[in-house]
Ligand binder design. Structure first.
Ligand code: M6R
Length: 608
C-alpha cells in the first residue's frame, strides 16, 4: 500500500526520504515522489514506476533542503502516472501533501474549490487537501490542516509542508497508520517503522484523530480541536537485519527459511509442556470470561483467513465451542449474530488491513470481546483490540505471506490448547499436542533441507497454466493457501478445493496438462484422499503428493513426492505449507516473476 516518509532536522532531507521510500518498496507501489523546502519554495520531483526512476529525476535536477515529505503511491484515483504521483501541490505551489487513504467527498470538494478559482493538476482525491489547506491558511499550517480535515470525509494518513510556514511538517491520521520517529535533534514521519529504523528506534504511534506537528526542535501531538495529547515514546525491538535480504535472493525465500526460528518465537515462553497448555499473558481474559464464551467468530482476509479456518477446527476440536470463520469484508457489512458472550478473534499480519479492522470495530460495537492475533507490534488492530497474541514472527517484507501464516496457526493452536484444557481437553491429549508443537521447528528445518528437490519439481511445472490443490480436513485450508501462494507470485491460475469436492465439478478440468497437488499426510482422512488421487491418475492428471510415510496404497499414483515428518493431525498444515511455499516460490522465480513485489499487490491493504 502507499507509503509516507517525512524528515525535519539538520541534515539534507532528500537522501533520507529516498532511503525511507526504498525501505517501504515491499509494500507495493506504482509511482513515487518527494517535496522538499529549499529555503525559498517547495520543490517536487515525481516519477511513475519504481523509485529508481525518481532517483533519476533527482539526479537530473537535484533538490536540497532540510524539511521534506515523500510518498510511494499505489494507484486508486487515476492511473499511475507522474501527474498523479504524490506530493500534490496547491494552486499557488505553497502547500504540498502526501496522503494514504481515500477522500470520499473529493468530487464535491473539487467542484467547490474549482469554483473558488483553484486549478487541479491531477486526477487524485488527495489534491483536494492541498487546495483546501491553501484556501484556509491564515498564518498557521496546523490550523489550516485542521480546517481542511474538518471538511474532508474518508480515511487518511497525511503529511503536509508549506513554504509559508516552512519549519514544520504537519501530519494527521484517520484510518491509515502513521508514526513519528524521534531522533537525536531530528524527527521523522513514516507510515511504517521500517522506513526510519536505520535512524532511530524511538517512535510515537499516532492514533486515529491525532494531528502532529514536527519542527526541528521537537514535536507535539494534538486532537482535531488543537488540544494537546500525550503519546508515549515506544522502542522498536527488531533490528535492521530483519528487513534486509541477508544473502537470500528474495525476502520471500529468506522468510520461508526463517520459519524454524519464527515458529519457535511464537511459542517461546508460552507453551507449558508439563500441563499440556499455554500461558498467554496478552489476552486479558479471566478464567470466568474464558469459560463463558458461547461462540467464537474468527475474521480475517487472504492468507490470514486460511489460518482462521485451521483455527476454527482446532477450537471446535479442543474446546468444543461453536466457531465460525468470516471474510472480514463480508462480516463488516452483514448482520452477524454477535453477543457479549461472543469471542471475536481477528487475524492480521499487518494489523492494518482495512476490512479486518472494520470487522473488529463492528464486533466490538456489538459487544463482543475482541482478540487480535497480529504480527506488527503497535499496529492499529493491536492497539484497538481488547487483548491479543503477538505472533513475534518479525517483519514480513515479501508480499506473499509465509512465516506469518505458520505463526498464525501456532498462535491459534496455543489459544485453542488453553481454551481446550479449561474445558474438555484431557491433560494427556494436551501434552501430546504441546509436545508436537515443541517439535515443529526441527521438523520444519528437515523440510527446508529438501529445498533443492522441490526446486527440481518446480522445473517440471513452470510452464503450467493451471494448478489444482486438494486436501481434506485440516489440510483443506492448506490447499487454499498453497493455491493462493502460487497464483499471487507466479500468476498461474490455481484453485484449492476439499479433495472430495473435486468430483462435483473440478474433475472436468483434469487431463494430462493439469498438475494436482495433494496434501496427503498420514492423518485421519488419509484413506479417503487416496481415492481422490486415484481419480486424478485415472484421468492422466499429474500428481504432486505431499505425504508423510511410505504407503503401498500410493504406489503408482505419484508423479512427484514430497515427504514431510509426522505430527498430530491439527499441525500437519504447518508442515505441509513449507513445501507449498517453496514450490510456489521456485515456480515463480523460474517464470521470471518479481516474487517480492507481485503485480497489482500491496503488502497491506488499507483501503476497502
Ligand atoms: O496483513 P493481513 O494479514 O491482514 O493481510 C491479509 C491479506 O491481505 C494477506 O494475507 C494477503 O492475502 C497476502 N498477500 C497473502 O500472501
Amino acid at each position: 500500500m502507499c507509503g509516507i516518509v517525512g524528515y525535519i532536522g539538520p541534515k539534507q532531507a532528500t537522501p533520507l526520504l529516498i532511503e525511507g521510500l526504498k525501505r517501504l518498496e515491499y509494500r507495493g507501489y506504482d509511482s513515487a515522489g518527494v517535496a522538499v523546502y529549499d529555503g525559498e519554495s517547495l520543490e517536487t520531483r515525481r516519477a511513475a514506476g519504481k523509485i529508481v526512476k525518481l532517483e533519476g529525476a533527482l539526479a537530473a535536477d537535484p533538490v536540497t533542503g532540510k524539511v521534506g515529505i515523500a510518498h510511494t503511491r499505489w494507484a486508486t484515483h487515476g492511473p499511475p502516472t507522474e501527474r498523479n504521483a504524490h506530493p500534490h501541490l496547491s494552486s499557488d505551489d505553497s502547500v504540498a501533501v502526501v496522503h494514504n487513504g481515500i477522500i470520499e467527498n473529493a468530487d464535491v470538494l473539487r467542484k467547490q474549490l474549482t469554483a473558488l478559482g483553484h486549478t487541479f493538476r491531477s486526477d487524485t482525491d488527495t489534491e483536494t487537501i492541498s487546495h483546501l489547506v491553501q484556501e484556509l491558511y491564515d498564518g498557521s499550517l496546523e490550523e489550516a490542516v485542521i480546517g481542511a480535515l474538518r471538511k474532508v470525509e474518508g480515511t487518511f494518513g497525511i503529511a503536509v509542508v508549506s513554504s509559508r510556514d516552512p519549519q514544520k511538517i504537519v501530519a494527521a491520521r484517520k484510518g491509515s497508520p502513521l508514526l513519528i520517529g524521534v531522533g537525536d535533534g531530528e524527527y521523522f514521519l513514516a507510515s511504517d517503522a521500517s522506513a526510519i529504523l536505520a535512524h532511530t528506534r524511538q517512535v510515537v504511534y499516532l492514533d486515529d484523530g491525532d494531528l502532529a506537528v514536527l519542527t526541528p526542535d521537537g514535536y507535539k501531538v494534538m486532537d482535531i480541536n488543537a488540544s494537546p495529547i500525550r503519546r508515549s515514546v515506544e522502542r522498536i525491538e527488531w533490528d535492521l537485519e530483519a528487513i534486509e535480504r541477508g544473502g537470500f535472493d528474495h525476502f520471500m525465500l529468506k522468510e520461508i527459511f526463517e520459519q524454524p526460528t519464527t515458529v519457535g518465537n511464537t511459542m517461546r515462553g508460552r507453551l507449558i509442556l508439563e500441563d499440556g497448555t499455554s500461558k498467554l499473558g496478552g489476552i486479558n481474559m479471566s478464567h470466568e470470561q474464558l469459560m463463558n464464551i458461547d461462540n467464537v467468530v474468527i475474521t480475517a482476509c487472504g492468507t490470514s483467513w486460511h489460518s482462521a479456518l485451521i483455527g476454527e477446527m482446532m477450537i471446535e476440536d479442543f474446546a468444543r465451542i461453536p466457531t465460525e470463520v468470516e471474510y472480514a469484508s463480508e462480516f463488516r457489512y452483514r448482520n452477524p449474530i454477535v453477543t457479549p458472550r461472543t469471542l471475536c478473534i481477528v487475524i492480521s499480519q499487518s494489523g492494518e488491513t482495512a476490512d479486518t479492522l472494520a470487522a473488529m470495530r463492528e464486533a466490538k460495537r456489538r459487544g463482543a470481546h475482541t482478540l487480535g492475533f497480529v504480527n506488527v507490534v503497535g499496529s492499529t488492530i493491536a492497539r484497538e483490540d481488547d487483548g491479543g497474541i503477538y505472533l513475534h514472527a518479525g517483519p514480513e517484507i515479501g508480499v506473499a505471506s509465509t512465516k506469518a501464516f505458520t505463526s498464525q496457526v501456532i498462535a491459534l493452536a496455543l489459544f485453542a490448547l488453553k481454551l481446550g484444557r479449561k474445558r474438555t481437553l484431557s491433560v494427556m491429549r494436551g501434552r501430546e499436542i504441546a509436545q508436537a508443537l515443541d517439535a515443529l521447528p526441527k521438523q520444519i528445518q528437515s523440510i527446508l533441507d529438501q529445498a533443492a528437490a522441490i526446486e527440481k519439481i518446480a522445473d517440471s511445472y513452470k510452464d503450467a497454466h493451471n494448478f489444482l490443490y486438494l486436501g481434506r480436513g485440516y489440510n483443506f485450508p492448506a490447499a487454499l493457501e498453497g493455491a493462493l501462494k502460487l497464483k499471487e507470485i507466479s500468476y498461474i491460475h490455481a484453485e484449492g478445493y476439499p479433495a472430495a469436492e473435486m468430483k462435483h465439478g473440478p474433475i472436468a478440468l483434469i487431463d494430462e496438462s493439469m498438475p494436482v497437488v495433494f496434501i496427503a499426510p498420514h492423518d485421519a482422512v488419509f484413506d479417503k484422499i487416496v481415492s481422490n488421487i486415484q481419480e486424478v491418475k485415472a484421468r492422466h492428471g499429474k500428481t504432486i503428493v505431499i505425504t508423510s510415510r511410505d504407503e503401498p496404497a500410493l504406489e503408482g499414483l505419484i508423479d512427484h513426492e514430497i515427504r514431510i515428518p509426522e505430527t498430530v493431525d491439527m499441525l500437519t498444515p504447518v508442515l505441509a505449507s513449507i513445501p507449498l511455499q517453496l514450490l510456489a516460490y521456485y515456480i515463480a522465480v523460474k517464470r521470471g516473476a518479481n516474487v517480492d513485489q507481485p503485480r497489482n499487490l500491496a503488502k497491506s491493504v488499507t483501503v476497502e
